[in-house]
Design a protein around this ligand. Structure first.
Ligand code: V0V
Length: 160
């Protein structure tokens, strides 16, 4: 190792997951309408997308910050009592639940992380917001953070 070799950072001998940017930060909330009202009125965020994801058991909203070019805030409310968000709220209360990164290829990103010994929650990607394809790294394998990988649908991030 020479003096100018970084002691940490990308290692050219292993495949990296190809994270492009922070896609969104997910916050668990008990009531979606109340949370949207709070974040729009108090912080001036703008709700740009809403949907119910039956498979994930969530009612969710995407909120844009400022000019909307950067990462979004995702509000996640339980759609049923046995959902991951309901369990999170029961255990931890409202608050930060996940950090999501945009990737170009969610399967390749998941494979790269599996190769490093991290547990991915799904064998194959599932449907996420607005037709995106998603997978998650178990929080116990990512420093206590539930990490989501998001491959946006063709056409990119929704604006409405
Ligand atoms: C659980 N733990 C967390 C956590 N959830 N730590 C940090 N962040 C979280 N969100 C910790 C918990 O405190 C325990 O720690 C330990 O993990 C329990 O692990 P477990 O028994 O294996 O699992 P569960 O039953 O608590 O479930 C946790 C996982 C679950 C992450 C497996 O929430 C899950 O499947 N999440 C992925 C799906 C999801 O989150 N869907 C909602 C968003 P101790 O007590 O043992 O130390 S849907 C979405 O984001 C969409 C649609 C989208 O973005 O497009």
């Amino acid at each position: 190792m020479t003096d100018d070799t970084p002691s940490s950072g990308p290692n050219e001998n292993v495949t990296l997951p190809g994270l492009l940017r922070i896609d969104h930060v997910g916050v668990a909330v008990p009531d979606l309408d109340e949370a949207i009202a709070f974040y729009t009125a108090t912080f001036g965020l703008c709700c740009v997308h809403r949907e119910t994801n039956e498979e994930q058991g969530v009612q969710e909203a995407m909120l844009a910050v400022g000019d909307g070019a950067g990462p979004r805030l995702q509000l996640l409310a339980p759609a049923r009592p046995d959902s991951a968000i309901a369990k999170f709220l029961d255990r931890s209360g409202p608050g930060l639940q996940q950090l999501a990164y945009t990737v170009a290829d969610v399967e390749a990103a998941a494979d790269a992380l599996r190769a490093r010994g991290l547990r991915l929650l799904y064998d194959a990607p599932k449907r996420g917001t607005a037709g995106s394809r998603i997978n998650f790294v178990h929080p116990k394998d990512a420093g206590g953070v539930l990490v989501e990988l998001v491959e946006p649908a063709e056409g990119g991030t929704p604006v409405g």
